[in-house]
Design a protein around this ligand. Structure first.
Ligand SMILES: *Cc1c(COP(=O)(O)O)cnc(C)c1O
Length: 407
């Protein structure tokens, strides 16, 4: 695809790259749409897309053109000054979300840190110092110290102690468990409308409505972490729209930049109580990233885009259900829009991911028994069918004809 020869960096990598875990022996050098190319020229169909980040696929013209244009115009002018793209993006996000104010960050974790700080500030000012934020078992909010503490990943228990205090844990879709966590120190409830890392576990619409009613009645803030579910991923602009409720605070990341690092914290006017010096960051709201995100949001907000995501998601669901029936004796398929999961019923997901990679198909296994699908939002029907054929063949060969359940 490229006209220029690619300089090959050393592989396997030397100690210069800090080892934070195993990676497959592939080095990617190019991407286009739903395809990635490695340094040997092998092509891969990508149903991971940077973990639901590349909303418009690899290197879409909207991003490539905007980056080039903005880079030639203004890359950074310090967060101490206004810049045009930041103002445009803030206005666009406020308009599509119905929330009043936006603070930009560089990662989902940083946006969530901002949400936690804003809720604590608000509790300090208006709720007699209330500061506890009820979060959920198996929830995921990022990898900073506070967001790890807000997360409910069992694997992290005992890691990097002491934890940041003030995050009692409730159980998703169990309102009584939330009520048990509430006390005079509670200021907010924070959750993902769909627990992504946990394995695409959907918060019931009824549960979200009950949670909205409960938090309103108790004078608490409701915070939605839409880092994974936001920006059209579920077929609506934001995951909370399925339940018809509004949060007081929302965070965005991942798909917001379509591949470039940008995140956002949005809040109702009544909650915006940061004072000068409370919040900031060197790269926050820089014109290069905000210009790209503005182009991405404009594309997702265009007429018919989200309807197409919904249709593609239904097609993906049908293919996965067919595969589950044929190969797994009916494994569970769940999710919304283009955030889906297939429960394999036994711990073969890492083996499936490895074998699929070998055959040129990128899949993700957030749990040993579960595959998660996060293709580009503009993925085609043909690409969905191709992925399904590839997955079906991998499962057939790994399972050797026997059903996973009870095998
Ligand atoms: C990915 C993710 C985060 C963390 O985002 P980073 O950009 O990796 O810091 C937070 N919350 C949810 C729901 C996520 O999926």
């Amino acid at each position: 695809m490229t006209a220029h020869p690619i300089a090959l960096s050393p592989f396997p990598p030397s100690d210069a790259l800090m080892d934070i875990g195993p990676k497959p022996p592939v080095v990617f050098v190019e991407g286009r749409g739903s395809r990635l190319i490695d340094r040997d020229g092998k092509s891969y169909l990508d149903f991971v897309q940077g973990w639901a980040v590349n909303a418009l696929g690899h290197c879409p013209p909207e991003i490539v053109d905007t980056l080039a244009r903005q880079a030639a115009r203004l890359i950074n002018c310090s967060p101490a000054f206004h810049n045009g793209p930041q103002l445009d993006l803030a206005a666009r996000l406020a308009a599509v979300s119905g929330l009043d104010s936006v603070f930009f960050a560089n990662s989902g974790a940083e946006a969530n840190e901002g949400a936690i700080k804003l809720a604590r500030k608000w509790g300090g000012k208006f709720r007699a110092g209330a500061h506890e934020i009820v979060t959920f078992r198996d929830g995921f909010h990022g990898r900073t110290l506070a967001t790890m503490s807000a997360s409910g990943k069992e694997k992290w228990d005992g890691l990097f102690e002491p934890r940041v205090p003030g995050f009692p844990k409730a159980t998703l879709n169990d309102l009584a468990s939330v009520e048990r966590c509430l006390g005079p120190a509670t200021v907010a409830v924070m959750l993902e409308p769909i627990q992504g890392e946990a394995g695409v576990v959907v918060a019931d619409d009824d549960f979200l409505r009950a949670l909205r009613a409960l938090t309103t009645r108790r004078g608490l803030l409701l915070i939605f972490d839409e880092v994974q579910t936001g920006m059209g991923r579920t077929g609506k602009m934001f995951g909370f729209e399925h339940a018809g409720v509004r949060p007081d605070i929302m965070t965005l990341g991942k798909g917001l930049g379509g591949g470039v690092p940008i995140a956002a914290l949005l809040a109702d006017r009544a909650v915006c109580c940061f004072e000068p010096g409370d919040q900031g960051g060197t790269f926050n709201g820089n014109p290069l990233m905000t210009a790209v995100a503005d182009a991405v949001v404009a594309t997702i907000a265009a007429p018919d885009f989200l309807a197409r995501v919904t249709k593609a998601g239904e097609l993906l669901q049908r293919h996965l259900t067919r595969i589950a029936d044929a190969r797994l004796g009916g494994g569970e398929v769940r999710g919304r829009g283009l955030l889906r999961a297939l429960d394999l019923g036994c711990d073969i997901a890492p083996a499936v991911v490895d074998e699929a990679l070998r055959r040129g198909l990128l899949l993700n296994a957030p749990r040993p028994h579960l595959l998660r699908f996060m293709p580009a939002l503009n993925v085609t029907d043909a690409e969905i069918a191709e992925m399904a054929d590839g997955l079906d063949a991998v499962l057939r060969d790994i399972l050797g004809g026997r059903a996973a359940r009870g095998a």
